[in-house]
Design a protein around this ligand. Structure first.
Ligand code: S3P
Length: 169
């Protein structure tokens, strides 16, 4: 089984995913880190030097490469499931998409000091987040096989999800 966590930046894809994989004894892969390793550059450097378009192509390649794995939790990037091709590739590869749904205000709070994410390095950050969240929300919902209310701390959510997944397999 393979589970792909999706959702907005800061929703906990990586922190929940890492814990969840630990509880299930599965492999954990962070897609951004995977791309960074492949390219030998950080996501910020890729955006700055090659542009967002190139990064999106790398994302699709990463999805294809990762969907051959089994017993894996993949933390996708916040933009990954915006591309229907990626959603299709995930499903084609047998991946189940979990959308970690966190309210906008909580995301704005969590992301207020972020220095790492290229899309957020703008002065009017709260508005940037709100606008992007508004544009993306329905796409997360549509891509998702499972929607998780994910406002609670990562430790609890990982335990809860691990329990559910164990019941299903
Ligand atoms: C992005 C989210 C980031 C990273 C890149 C673009 C986005 O991943 O892939 O900065 O478009 O939302 P996280 O959601 O892990 O921060």
């Amino acid at each position: 089984m393979k589970i792909v966590l999706c959702g907005f930046m800061g929703c906990g894809k990586s922190s929940i995913g890492r814990r969840l994989a630990g509880l299930l004894n599965w492999e954990f892969i962070d897609m951004d880190a995977f791309i960074e390793q492949q390219e030998g550059m950080t996501v910020s450097e890729i955006f700055a030097q090659k542009g967002e378009g190139e990064f999106r192509k790398m994302e699709t390649e990463a999805v294809k490469a990762l969907m051959i794995k089994e017993n894996v939790i993949v933390a996708s990037g916040g933009g990954t499931v915006m591309n229907p091709v990626n959603v299709e590739e995930i499903h084609k590869g047998g991946g189940v998409i979990y959308f970690l749904d966190v309210p906008l205000a909580a995301l704005q709070e969590r992301l207020k000091n972020d220095k790492r994410r290229p899309l957020l390095q703008k002065p009017n950050r709260r508005e940037v987040i709100a606008e992007l969240f508004g544009k993306r929300y329905d796409k997360y919902l549509n891509a998702a096989d499972v929607k998780v209310d994910a406002g609670a701390p990562a430790v609890w959510l990982a335990k809860l999800l691990a329990q559910k997944i164990k019941e299903e397999i």
